[in-house]
Ligand binder design. Structure first.
Ligand SMILES: [Fe+2]
Ligand SMILES: [Fe+2]
Length: 243
């Protein structure tokens, strides 16, 4: 199977889980954000549907219902005690939306399939709009300290290869027993393969705006180092095990 279809399958499952993301976010952010969170979750679900439509046309072997049922066995943020404070959650969501926009941009640039290019372009714009929505809500709250901002960003980038995403890649593409280590290497190897310098710069510039406008040169360098450090450490840890 092509590496890009592997990624589209995984993303389709993840985007289709948005009802659970919405329920979690409503709990973490509070009822005053419920209406907007509901609209956001519906758009994320639509992303799942759009990718599913593309897969129906280009990947007939992909059985969405069967693959999605496997992913649903994994609980999502089941422990309310581990919820972040609202400002930290909003900044974390900004990072996730920036990464999602960067991912769709990288996927758009990596494919030569025109229909997938169009889909990725549209979803990239939606993710950038979601990013702005979370950023606006973050700006309405008392500002986090610089140390807290850097901690939240580093933690969220580190969580990129958490079990939700890696397990989704396994459910979407493989049968048989799940090994986090193997699934991680298979999935992240494919993700890193499509990222180029301009995609990282795009993500980074969005994250900078979530930090409160134009950061000082020192803060910019610290964030760049965090992003580049986490990503290169992940790359170094990866041993490519193939499909
Ligand atoms: Fe999305
Ligand atoms: Fe989004």
């Amino acid at each position: 199977m092509s590496d890009l279809r592997y990624l589209v399958r995984t993303t389709c499952l993840l985007e289709s889980r948005s009802e659970q993301y919405g329920a979690y976010l409503e709990r973490a952010l509070g009822p005053e954000h419920a209406e907007w969170v509901g609209e956001w979750a519906a758009e994320e679900a639509h992303h799942g549907a759009v990718l599913r439509e593309w897969l129906d046309a280009h990947d007939p072997e992909f059985d969405f219902a069967e693959r999605f049922a496997r992913l649903e066995a994994l609980p999502y943020h089941a422990d309310a005690a581990a919820d972040r404070a609202p400002a930290e959650e909003l900044l974390s969501r900004c990072v996730v939306e920036a990464l999602a926009a960067g991912f769709y941009r990288a996927l758009r640039d990596a494919t030569d399939d025109d229909s997938l290019k169009r889909v990725c372009g549209r979803l990239m714009s939606d993710e950038a709009r979601h990013f702005k929505g979370f950023r606006r809500r973050l700006e309405a709250l008392p500002e986090l300290s610089s140390a807290a901002k850097i901690r939240v960003i580093a933690q969220r980038v580190r969580e990129l290869d958490d079990d939700q995403i890696v397990f989704a890649s396994h459910c979407a593409n493989h049968d048989g027993a799940y090994s986090h280590r193997t699934a991680h290497a298979r999935y992240m190897g494919r993700v890193y393969a499509i990222y180029r310098r301009e995609h990282l710069a795009f993500v980074q510039s969005m994250i900078f705006t979530a930090l409160g406008g134009r950061p000082s040169r020192r803060a910019s360098r610290a964030i760049s180092r965090v992003l580049a450090g986490v990503i290169s450490a992940k790359r170094a840890r990866l041993s490519w095990v193939g499909a």
